[in-house]
Design a protein around this ligand. Structure first.
Ligand SMILES: [Cu+2]
Length: 194
């Protein structure tokens, strides 16, 4: 039997992105659970990477996102330049397309039908991520970890489902409640393997 505390921690990793600060704890928990459960739900693509080049509506590239599949989720590393200083909504959207305009990326990636926002009851969307914060020079660099998506093909929460997925950077901060709070789509990048 597993101690109840471990089951609780594992449930949290299924629901929401977590900070890199507790990645070590989660990895340790996952190893314990894998040992206890036989490890039968480990992703097939551990170590696989994917990336997205973020571009503005005029096609000018302003950033790069790199995704790495781990045993317990996906590590996301983003670098963006040319932003207005401050917070910007940053999400995975449900369609891997940025043309003819960024509405092609669809709404937030949300295969489980949960509502948008970390602060919303029953949320967040699988594609919700914490805001990207740009400094005075307009550059932003962030790392995220989420167990809500996978690079494996097949599962419901795969970023490589039939229509793919894309990153969108928004003009305004996400208030983590209102799906419209982040405003206009200012950069977009289709997620591709590699
Ligand atoms: Cu968005």
């Amino acid at each position: 039997m597993l101690p109840p505390a471990l089951i609780l921690i594992r449930d949290v990793t299924r629901e929401a992105p977590v900070t890199t600060m507790i990645r070590g704890l989660l990895a340790t928990t996952a190893l314990l659970l894998a040992a206890a459960c036989g490890g039968d739900d480990s992703p097939e693509s551990v170590g696989a990477t994917a990336r997205a080049t973020l571009a503005m509506p005029n096609g000018h590239a302003v950033g790069q996102v790199i995704l790495t599949q781990t045993a317990t989720g996906v590590l996301i590393s983003a670098e963006v330049v040319g932003l207005t200083p401050g917070a910007h909504g940053f999400h995975i959207h449900g369609v891997g397309a940025c043309s003819p305009d960024f509405t092609a990326a669809g709404s937030h990636f949300a295969p489980d039908g949960k509502p948008h926002g970390y602060l919303a009851e029953g949320g967040p969307h699988a594609g919700d991520l914490p805001n990207l914060h740009a400094g005075e020079d307009g550059s932003a660099r962030a790392e995220y970890f989420t167990a809500a998506v996978t690079l494996d093909s097949g599962p419901d929460h795969s970023l490589f489902d039939d229509d793919g997925s894309a990153f969108i950077v928004h003009a305004d901060p996400d208030d983590y409640r209102d799906v419209a709070s982040a405003g206009a789509r200012i950069a977009c990048g289709v997620i591709e393997r590699g």
